[in-house]
Design a protein around this ligand. Structure first.
Ligand code: HEC
Ligand code: HEC
Length: 226
C-alpha cells in the first residue's frame, strides 16, 4: 500500500514537472513575441538588423550600419548579461561604432526592466547554425594567453584586464568582462569562420594563421575574462 502511494506520488510529480516544463517553453515563446514588439516599437531595428545571413558585401555597406548586427545575438551573448546591459548599457567598444577616432559617446538607448526581459528573450531566440554548442569551456589557458598577449596582435586591438589592470588597444570591442558577455562557443566559431558573422571585417582573419587548437586555446582564454 505504502509502496503504491509512493509510486502514485512520483507519477503525479513527474506529470506536474512535465506540465511545468511545457508551460515554461510556451511562456518564453510568448515573451519572445512580446519582446519583438517592444524591439520594433522602440525602433531598435533602425540601427540593428535581426535576420541572417550577414548582408554586408562592401566596406560601404559596413559604414552604413549604425550599430552591430543582432541576427545571431542568441548565439553570441549570455542571457543574463544581455538582460542587464539593455537596462544599463555601458560602452563595449571604446570608440564610437565604425570610427577610429571618436570616443564612444555612451548614449545607447535604455530599456525598462519589463521591456528588457522581453527583448532579451526575443534576441536570445536569434541563433546561428554556425555556432556548435559545448565545444569551449571558460578556464585558465596558458597557451591561449600566449597567443593573445604575445604570438598574435590580439591585445593591440582589444582591451583586457590582467592583475586588476586594464591594458590593450582601443580599435576593437573591449574584452574586459568578455567571460560574462560572450558565449565561449561563439568566440571560437567567430575566429574559425569570421565571414559567417562579419563578412566585411575590421579584424584580421586568423584562419590559416592560427591552428584549430590555438583558436580553441585563445577562445578558452578570452572566455575566462572576468
Ligand atoms: C541610434 C542607433 C541605435 C539604436 C536606436 C539602438 N542601438 Fe543598440 N547599439 C548601437 C551601437 C552603436 C552599439 C554598439 C555600442 C557599444 O559598442 O558600446 C549597439 C549595441 C547593441 C548591442 C550589443 C551588440 C554587440 O554586438 O556588441 C545590443 C544587444 C543592442 N545594441 C540592442 C539594442 C536594442 C534592444 C535597441 C532598442 C531598444 C537598440 N539596441 C537600439 C546603436 C543603436
Ligand atoms: C587589427 C585589430 C584587431 C586584431 C589584431 C584582433 N582583433 Fe578582434 N576585433 C577587432 C575588431 C575591429 C572587432 C569588431 C568587428 C566588428 O564588430 O565589426 C573585433 C572583434 C573581436 C571579438 C568579438 C567581440 C565582440 O564583442 O563583438 C573577439 C572575441 C575578438 N575580436 C577576439 C580577437 C582575438 C582572440 C584576436 C587575436 C587572435 C583578435 N581579436 C585580434 C579588431 C582586432
Amino acid at each position: 500500500m505504502v509502496k503504491r502511494s509512493k509510486v502514485a506520488r512520483i507519477l503525479a510529480l513527474s506529470v506536474m514537472a512535465t506540465a511545468l516544463i511545457g508551460f515554461n517553453a510556451s511562456e518564453s515563446r510568448a515573451d519572445a513575441a512580446t519582446g519583438k514588439k517592444a524591439f520594433d516599437s522602440k525602433k531598435c531595428g533602425g540601427c540593428h538588423y535581426t535576420t541572417g545571413p550577414a548582408r554586408e558585401k562592401t566596406i560601404a555597406d559596413q559604414l552604413k550600419k549604425k550599430g552591430p548586427e543582432l541576427w545571431y545575438a542568441g548565439s553570441k551573448f549570455q542571457k543574463e548579461w544581455l538582460g542587464a546591459w539593455l537596462q544599463n548599457p555601458k560602452p563595449i567598444r571604446p570608440l564610437a561604432y565604425n570610427s577610429l577616432t571618436k570616443k564612444n559617446p555612451g548614449n545607447h538607448p535604455k530599456l525598462a526592466a519589463g521591456d528588457a526581459a522581453g527583448v532579451t528573450d526575443y534576441l536570445m531566440s536569434l541563433t546561428s547554425k554556425d555556432v556548435a554548442a559545448g565545444v569551449i569551456k571558460a578556464k585558465k589557458n596558458l597557451k591561449g594567453k600566449l597567443v593573445f598577449t604575445k604570438k598574435m596582435p590580439c591585445s593591440g586591438c582589444h582591451q583586457y584586464e590582467m592583475r586588476k589592470k586594464v591594458k590593450g588597444g582601443l580599435s576593437g570591442p573591449s574584452l574586459v568582462g568578455a567571460g560574462k558577455r560572450l558565449n565561449p562557443d561563439w568566440i571560437y566559431a567567430y575566429l574559425k569562420a569570421p565571414k559567417a558573422f562579419k563578412p566585411v571585417k575590421m579584424m584580421p582573419v586568423f584562419t590559416g594563421i592560427l591552428s584549430d587548437k590555438q583558436m580553441k586555446d585563445v577562445s578558452t582564454f578570452v572566455a575566462n575574462f572576468k
